[in-house]
Write a protein that binds this ligand. Structure first.
Ligand code: FDM
Length: 212
């Protein structure tokens, strides 16, 4: 980077169906990057710690019912409220590892209601665009054998299969699909190598806007 300007961090998004190991892999990635002195932080969506996130949490836990369009917009608002912080961190050189993003927003809403894909994308247009979207792919059969499947709203095989087919419609040049049906160590090794190369190549690229 030039004098006076810091190389920016990379925006790395992990997507995938329920129980694919996404959250575990986000944690392992953070640990390895920090050990290698690469500044990094985790984010997850929904971010359940904000006021909007608490409403979403209650909805997911079935403590509250909400109108479907309204919930979709709340998920999007929950990303937008994080954008100032994300931009600051990225521009200060911190890489962000993000557990779910706008792709989940679209894939889940379309899956549950047959909503129009383009309608679903609209509220997230203009969010910071990821440098890479890693989709951890695991068959629904394999996911269902893993512990913890089925606790929250959306955690059923039928919906998960639809989510997978919606992800396929959202793939663009920033997507990498990785087979997640392997040990967590092997998956981590593969992901870490990918992320380090993305971090290197993002350094001198400007941040751009999603779906614009
Ligand atoms: N989800 C997540 C959505 O429906 N829309 C969104 O925009 C996001 C980010 O919320 F079933 C769904 C996906 C999942 C649930 O996610 C909670 P976690 O990763 O299981 O906490």
């Amino acid at each position: 980077a030039k004098m006076g300007s810091i190389a920016r961090g990379a925006l790395i998004v992990l997507e995938g169906g329920d129980r694919c190991g996404k959250t575990t892999q986000c944690g392992l990635l953070l640990k390895s990057l920090v050990e290698e002195q690469i500044q990094a932080q985790l984010l997850e969506f929904p971010d359940r710690t904000t006021k909007i996130g608490k409403i979403i949490h209650d909805y997911l836990q079935r403590k509250e019912d909400l109108e479907d369009h309204a919930v979709h917009l709340l998920f999007s608002a929950n990303r937008w409220e994080a954008v100032p912080k994300m931009q600051d961190l990225l521009l200060q050189g911190t890489t962000l590892i993000v557990d779910r993003y706008a792709y989940s927003g679209v894939a889940f809403t379309v899956a549950k209601l047959d909503f129009d894909l383009e309608w679903c994308k609209q509220p997230d247009i203009g969010l910071p665009k990821p440098d890479v979207v890693v989709q951890l792919q695991l068959s629904t059969e394999a996911a269902m054998k893993r512990d913890g499947f089925g606790r929250e709203r959306y955690e059923n095989a039928d919906l998960q299969a639809k989510v997978a087919s919606n992800y396929a419609k959202l793939r663009d040049s920033t997507w990498k699909v990785i087979d997640a049906d392997k040990s967590k160590e092997d998956l981590h090794t593969e992901l870490l190598a990918l992320c380090k190369s993305v971090i290197e190549s993002a350094k001198n690229k400007p941040l751009s806007a999603l779906w614009k």
